[in-house]
Design a binder for this molecule. Structure first.
Ligand code: GLU
Length: 577
């Protein structure tokens, strides 16, 4: 309508109404109403976070925990797998903190996670390094600092008519849910239940003016009989019903839901492969839909099976539980003093079934040389085996040199065993000599599985640790044992070499009526009181209190003449007393 020859704005509006232009304008108007302060557009962020400059085939993976401070063994496993997948392809592994759920957050929770990973040598290439700082060009790596980014993307979805404000109250949603349950329908806000799906700008404006709270929902393009399929690197091809829920993108306070935030982040941080626990499979149709609606290329998925445990009560398999199993927390392994290399070695055995064969063929190669592959991961959850971890760890520690064992023990003891720390640092040379016994042999002993074991392993070297009890074998009489010790005292020569030492014990055996070798004894047991092994066993028990120890000659040398003699006398007192 013309007024005084001037074309009014409303005239243009009217001319466009009924056409596409109007809907577009309405959407733009709605976006403006909801996000007046958001000036940046998705294009701005696309520019700010350009594609990574990586070789063809390089994977970008991430570990994306909530800042709970607690690192579950399963999470460590997932992080390890993500890191290996990136490493194996010359890619990037980063740490993103997903703190959209404030209820799960604890104080210093980010640092707890960062340190927990570091304890096991998993150092992300990028991401958060403590509560507030990060490294890398795709920062911020913590979702609570990215709200403006998520809002820009939701604004753009509103502009395209793919998202809308929903003013449903908790009560209304609960009522819908009850109705759906009664009618055995899929619960949630979708289709006919999505009361505000077609809300107009005017209605929204009115409700906002009245002070009603709202969330931003996706206008899901999913069809009730639609299907979505994807190829999971671990689980294979998966087909699932398409998402039809109008999921929440932004909560009432304007912060994003996990679903939405992770899609935007994985896109902007150029994640190529999402490796995460398989409890997320059920959400994957939502995620794939979000990627599509946002115009993003979806990442590849690798859903990792949980680590299982045999339940002591039922005998059945169940997930390793934070509540029931102390070994579910990674702090358990640190406190027990499992070297990180051993834990990672174990995790690799459950990650890739071909690792053990590779390890047999490449005994001393660094674990990084193993070509890890997501596709070789087991579809079913691996059974956690503490005994196997202990064996792997014993094996690993047996290959270490004295210095590494000494420093590993010291580092652990500094934090967890003050008494041991003091003893081992008071006289370092003595401690090194003890830990060096039989180290470097072709067939090293496997006595120590974790640093926690060291105290018991070397207890008899220290007055403060040894209970001074003598565990003699029971196949000889006390008199015979006392005789062996008395006679050995006479010939014990601390200057004798290792080569001279055993023959001297053999000669003594013969002199006292024992066979020079177990073989001779077996041939004619009635001719002897026992054999050389029994004789050295008595000397061993008298010097160490134990029936089983590493090389006795080295032990005697380390204890020193005076201490050995003192112990022989104590042992004689016990035998004669
Ligand atoms: N933030 C999610 C969690 O706490 C991670 C899910 C994902 O990796 O996509 O488990």
């Amino acid at each position: 309508m013309r007024k005084n020859g001037i074309i009014m704005f409303s005239d243009i509006y009217a001319a466009l109404s009924g056409g596409m232009g109007c809907i577009m304008d309405k959407n733009a108007e709605m976006a403006q109403l909801l996000f007046a302060d958001i000036k940046k557009t998705p294009e701005d962020f696309e520019k700010k976070y350009p594609a990574r400059d990586l070789p063809e085939g390089a994977k970008v993976t991430r570990f994306a925990p909530s800042p709970t401070g607690f690192l579950h063994l399963g999470s460590l496993f997932a992080a390890f797998v993500s890191q290996r997948a990136a490493k194996a392809t010359g890619g990037v592994f980063y740490l993103r903190i997903e703190d959209t759920d404030k209820k799960r957050e604890v104080k210093d929770g980010v640092t707890g996670i960062v340190e927990g990973l570091e304890d096991f040598g998993i150092c992300p290439d990028e991401g958060m390094i403590n509560e507030t700082e990060s490294k890398g060009a795709y920062a911020p790596y913590i979702q609570s600092h990215r709200t403006h980014i998520y809002q820009a993307y939701v604004k753009s979805l509103v502009e395209q008519g793919m998202a809308y404000p929903c003013f449903m109250t908790e009560e209304e949603i609960a009522t819908v849910r009850e109705q759906q349950e009664a009618e055995k329908k899929l619960p949630g806000i979708y289709g006919e239940y999505a009361k505000y799906r077609d809300i107009t700008v005017e209605e929204a404006q009115k409700l906002m003016d009245e002070g009603h709270e709202y969330v931003l929902r996706l206008k899901s393009p999913g069809k009730p009989d639609g299907k979505v399929s994807f190829k999971d690197a671990v689980k294979g091809s998966i087909e699932m019903p398409e998402n039809i829920l109008d999921v929440v993108l932004l909560k009432k306070d304007g912060t994003p839901t996990y679903h939405f935030a992770h899609a935007v982040d994985d896109h902007l941080m150029h994640t190529t492969d999402v490796t995460r626990g398989d409890e997320w499979i059920s959400s994957t149709p939502i995620h794939l839909q979000l990627f599509k609606v946002l115009g993003f290329k979806a990442p590849k998925y690798a859903h990792i099976s949980p680590i299982m445990k045999e339940d002591a009560e039922t005998g059945g398999k169940r997930k390793l539980s934070k509540r029931k199993d102390p070994e579910a927390a990674v702090s358990y392994y640190k406190e027990a003093g499992f070297p990180k290399e051993a834990v990672l070695e174990y995790l690799m055995t459950i990650a890739n079934s071909n690792f053990e064969d590779w390890r047999r063929a490449n005994k001393t190669a660094p674990i990084d040389d193993f070509k890890f592959s997501l596709s070789k991961m087991s579809k079913a959850g691996a059974l956690f085996d503490l005994v196997k971890l202990n064996d792997i760890s014993k094996n690993y520690i047996s290959t270490l040199d004295t210095e590494t064992v000494y420093s590993g023990t010291i580092e652990w003891a500094r934090e967890y065993n003050e008494k041991l720390y003091k003893l081992l640092t008071e006289n370092e040379a003595y401690a090194r000599a003890i830990l060096g016994i039989e180290r470097g042999n072709a067939k090293p002993r496997k006595d120590i599985g974790k640093w926690e074991d060291v105290e018991n392993y070397l207890a008899y070297f220290y007055d403060e640790l040894w209970d001074r009890k003598f565990d003699f074998a029971d196949n000889l009489s006390k008199e015979d044992m006392a005789e062996i010790i008395e006679e050995y005292k006479k010939i014990y020569n601390p200057s004798a070499s290792a080569e001279e030492w055993f023959p001297s014990v053999r000669d003594l055996s013969e002199r006292l009526g024992y066979a020079k070798s177990p073989k001779d004894y077996k041939k004619d047991p009635d001719a002897f009181k026992g054999h050389v092994g029994d004789v050295s066993g008595v000397i061993r028990a008298a010097a160490t209190g134990r029936r089983n120890t590493p090389d006795l000659y080295e032990i005697l040398q380390t204890l020193g003449y005076d201490e050995v003699m003192k112990r022989f006398d104590e042992a004689l007192n016990v035998l004669k007393g």
